[in-house]
Design a protein around this ligand. Structure first.
Ligand code: FAD
Length: 465
């Protein structure tokens, strides 16, 4: 064991929350140490956002050629049936991940952050013991940031292991399973389910709620449901997984109480993620909880002075960009800046086919919040660029205050529209009014014009509709 380390700031966990905190603090001259038990980059970079998008992209490429080969295209293109060597795909994905892992490590180094590899555990509110390969390293800090993230929820009657897998294992399969059962029709299950369906798996999704992606309204999810149907994905809503029979078949119970058996080569359980609030010595501290999450205030400070928490361990939405924004803010607070959480909206994207983007309030949420609102929808069927991409299913929807036309929310569903999230977020963060969006010259022909047209339509003066 080395000599004890004393620092100004200690960050526990190097996911998007933790590593951004450490880089920003380092840039501001704060003497910072970050502890990570696995690889820097955390869930997002190693087993979450990035690897899932790599797999989704490879599956899209495969499907594109498969559709051409099947003659399912209006372009007059003929192609041979594609094949995939999933082991190679996973190798490509792993290369991207390790490039990004090294990139984050280099950025931490450039910001003069010290990285300690090992599992951290609080001894008291200012002291942490890290179990490293070479023994216990004691780190003492004036300020600590807890950024321990989240982990997949396990079903007690379907524990992970063997053919029961979490998203982590699904992102490293080297063979496409013939039959894939997915428990949980949230965004993680459906993103992965869509990818494997495109790669040739026969996919069954089991969802307890009445519809898939229950956090989005039905108008937004309908194009996704239609596409899943065309991909031959069986979606069983109002259905609960119950366990397995003697031969290993999955037992599911429908809303009417009848039990069905599903044969599957792999059972992917994506029923949610739990904040990692255990395993790092929380019992040594006196931290208030907010349900299953750590309670934090508008500065991300916990109930103990000098101990902050950010990212998935602090609440919904459990998304990488929320963790990063909190991390940047906390670093600046530690460096003495006056900051607090004042964000207007956190975008959420579901990378299914088509993709769903939601920023701010939906019409239902505006109504529930008692806001009088105007809503305008512009479908991609009336957008030239969408037609040239053979991607006309979907729309952009704008929700604005009825009185002063300040935008409350923007949602969209459509192929490849995740890149439009930046424009939606900017509009909300700048407090844009419908007239601001309508008066912005949007480049033609782009799918982004649907945003301008949706704003115009809300004002009752759409041009192309
Ligand atoms: P994490 O990224 O979970 O990082 C926490 C880190 O802390 C881990 O590296 C862990 O090893 C470390 N740690 C924990 N305890 C200790 C300890 N005691 N000592 C040392 N280290 C410790 N989000 C998006 O925004 N967009 C997406 O497209 C997206 N796709 C996803 C796809 C999948 C399959 C999954 C699983 C998640 C996805 N997410 C996505 C969610 C995203 O990954 C998380 O919101 C994000 O990683 C949270 O960041 P974090 O810093 O809070 O925690």
């Amino acid at each position: 064991t080395g000599k004890d380390i004393t620092c100004r700031l200690l960050v526990i966990g190097a996911g998007p929350g933790g590593y951004v905190t450490a880089i920003r603090a380092g840039q501001l001259g704060v003497d910072t140490v970050i502890v990570e038990g696995r690889k820097v980059g955390g869930t997002c970079l190693t087993i979450g956002c990035i690897p899932s998008k790599a797999l989704i992209h490879a599956a899209e490429e495969f499907d594109r050629v498969a559709q051409l080969a099947a003659g399912n295209n209006p372009f007059g293109i003929a192609a041979e049936l594609p094949t995939i060597d999933l082991a190679r795909t996973i190798q490509w994905k792993d290369e991207i991940v390790s490039r990004l892992n090294s990139g984050v490590a280099a950025l931490l180094k450039k910001a003069r952050v010290k990285i300690v590899t090992g599992r951290a555990r609080f001894v008291d509110g200012r002291t942490v013991a890290v179990e490293t390969d070479v023994g216990t390293q004691i780190v003492r800090a004036e300020t600590v940031v807890i950024a321990t993230g989240s982990a997949p929820v396990e079903l007690p009657f379907l524990p992970f292991g063997g053919d029961v897998i979490s998203s982590t294992e699904a992102l490293s399969l080297t063979r496409v399973p013939d039959r894939l059962a997915i428990i949980g029709g949230g965004y993680i299950g459906l993103e992965l389910g869509t990818a494997f369906a495109k790669l040739g798996s026969r996919v069954t999704v089991v969802e307890a709620a009445e519809r898939i992606l229950p956090q989005y309204d039905a108008e937004l999810t309908q194009p996704v449901s239609r596409r899943l149907k065309r991909l031959d994905v069986t979606v069983l809503t109002g259905t609960k997984a119950r366990g397995r029979d003697g031969s290993g078949k999955l037992l599911v119970e429908g809303a009417d109480g009848t039990t069905t058996k599903i044969a599957a080569d792999r059972i992917l359980v994506t029923v949610g993620r739990r904040p990692v609030t255990e395993g790092w010595g929380r019992e040594e501290l006196a931290l208030d909880m907010d349900g299953r999450f750590l309670r934090v205030d508008a500065k991300c400070e916990t109930s103990m002075r000098g101990i902050y928490a950010i990212g998935d361990v602090t609440g919904e939405p459990m998304l990488a960009h929320r963790a990063m924004a909190q991390g940047e803010m906390v670093a600046e607070i530690v460096a003495g800046h006056r900051r607090q959480w004042d964000r207007q909206a956190i975008p959420a994207i579901c990378f299914t086919d088509p993709e769903i983007v939601s920023v701010g309030m939906s019409p239902d949420e505006a109504r529930a919040a008692g806001r009088e609102s105007k809503v305008g929808v512009f479908p991609f069927t009336a957008n030239g660029r969408a037609l040239t991409k053979h991607a006309e299913d979907g729309f952009v929807r704008v929700v604005a205050r009825a009185d002063n036309h300040v935008v409350l929310g923007i949602q969209a569903v459509g192929q490849g529209i995740s890149e439009m999230a930046a424009a939606f977020g900017l509009a909300l963060e700048m407090g844009a009014r419908l007239e601001d969006i309508a008066g912005t010259i949007h480049a033609h022909p782009t799918q982004g014009e649907a945003l301008q047209e949706a704003a115009l339509r809300t004002l009752g003066r759409a041009i192309h509709m």
